[in-house]
Write a protein that binds this ligand. Structure first.
Ligand code: SF4
Length: 414
């Protein structure tokens, strides 16, 4: 499906902007974060869900196929992706066949313009039983943070999108479902929560709309918390920085160039138990902020910008399988099987190292799969005093090179 314009008041970020309304204007001029392998893997898994539902096929039937995301990342449909996506698909089928008269919606675009301009989105899956129940399902491929379903504003936003301003299908009950098969949650991979239509509309007018209007106020409130994790404004947000430095007992205003930062951290053994939870919550905010700072510095320097006292060095090289079909071919041609390319349990494609070891264990030259493996050596921004030889980003190196190598002169064309 072609990418949809992104709403700054979108469902997926609603938890953030409902808690921190100021984040919307603060994020306005911040360039989009470059896609990461993790975020793009989620996009690829969503694509697989859509293929399966639209074509009425099992995830297994796409095994070995490559999914290329709009950002150019390529993912193989492997055991891990098949198992996760099929868990979700099984639940969709179970709900769809639970009662007669079900209508399935896949990647349905909707608009909440009836509530407020600029509010729209796409929801993964819906199952509607006219005059009875609307079920909104959301697939999450992430395995880091298990998302809660109760009071989840993203799913309630989707439900409003499907319901519209006047509940044309006359449904009585709304059930929202999060399917997150790869993350542990005490309630399992498929989590349900139900409310009535009246409760949903009450939330719409008592919480969502006032929350939207808050984001439009000049000097809208900034509130740091766990929702800062994916906020685009994180690298430039003074609020999260001040919370971070306040807890670390660092006065941000007094940080001077070329002077050590004085940290006055408490002795961990003397921290009262009731403060530990607060500090642990802060730790995740602080880690996220540091991550954004690194991302920002790195992005700026790799893009050709300079920061005094910092340099770029080559980070650890990273190898990944670029052509699994070819690896499987080489394995089978040399007396191994496709199963030898996978670790069990849980089923997971072997790393390049493990594949080479598997070949070696069978007396096969490990170099045979050399061309199926790509190697990247990302640049990393570090202080000038850190180990490692300074390197120039590609663009800058070419610009310097252009200065010493004679450039082709334009011809007059006469
Ligand atoms: S980083 Fe946190 S506090 Fe700052 S704007 Fe974003 S959500 Fe709000």
């Amino acid at each position: 499906m072609p990418p949809l314009a992104h709403s700054k008041l979108g469902a997926s970020s609603s938890k953030r902007w409902l808690t921190c309304p100021g984040s919307v204007s603060l994020s306005q001029d911040v360039p989009n974060r470059p896609p990461t392998e993790f975020s793009e893997e989620g996009t690829a898994a969503h694509e697989l869900v859509e293929w399966c539902l639209v074509n009425n096929r099992h995830a297994e039937s796409y095994r070995g196929q490559t999914i290329t995301t709009d950002a150019g990342f390529e993912f193989f449909v492997n055991d891990d992706m098949i198992a996760a996506v099929q868990t979700y698909l099984d639940e969709v089928v179970k709900l769809f066949t639970s009662k007669p008269g079900a209508v399935l919606g896949v990647e349905t675009r909707f608009s909440l313009e009836w509530l407020h301009p600029g509010c729209f989105g796409t929801n993964d899956t819906s199952v509607t039983f006219k005059g009875d129940e609307l079920i909104i399902m959301d697939y999450k491929h992430g395995k880091g943070i298990a998302v809660e379903v109760t009071d989840n504003p993203q799913l309630m936003y989707y439900a409003l999108g499907a319901l519209g301003p006047d509940n044309k299908e006359n449904v009585k009950k709304i059930t929202v479902v999060i399917g997150q098969p790869r993350a542990y949650h005490k309630d399992g991979p498929m989590r349900y929560w139900s409310i009535t239509v009246e409760q949903l509309y009450a939330w719409c007018y008592d919480v969502l709309l006032p929350g939207i209007l808050e984001t439009e106020k000049p000097n809208a409130k900034l509130e740091a918390g766990e929702h800062c994790r994916f906020c685009p404004a994180k690298p430039t947000c003074g609020k999260i920085a001040s919370v971070a430095f306040e807890v670390a007992k660092v006065d941000f205003a007094h940080i001077k160039p070329n002077q050590p930062i004085e940290l006055n951290l408490p002795d961990i053994r003397r921290i009262p138990d009731d403060k530990v939870t607060q500090l642990m919550e802060f730790a995740s905010i602080f880690k996220g902020w540091i991550g954004s700072l690194e991302e920002y510095v790195q992005g700026k320097m790799v893009g050709g910008g300079q920061i005094e006292g910092m340099k770029l060095v080559h980070g650890k090289s990273h190898r990944k399988v670029a052509d699994m079909n070819q690896v499987e071919k080489i394995f089978t041609e040399n007396g191994l099987s496709v199963e030898d390319t996978v670790n069990v349990p849980p089923p997971k494609a072997k790393t390049p190292n493990q594949l080479e070891l598997a070949l070696k264990a069978h007396g096969v030259d490990r170099k045979l799969i050399k061309d199926c493996i790509s190697v990247s050596k990302p640049l990393k921004a570090v202080p000038e005093t850190a180990k490692g030889e300074a390197v120039l980003p590609e663009g800058q190196a070419m610009a310097m090179f252009a200065g010493i190598v004679p450039q082709p002169q334009p011809t007059s064309g006469v």
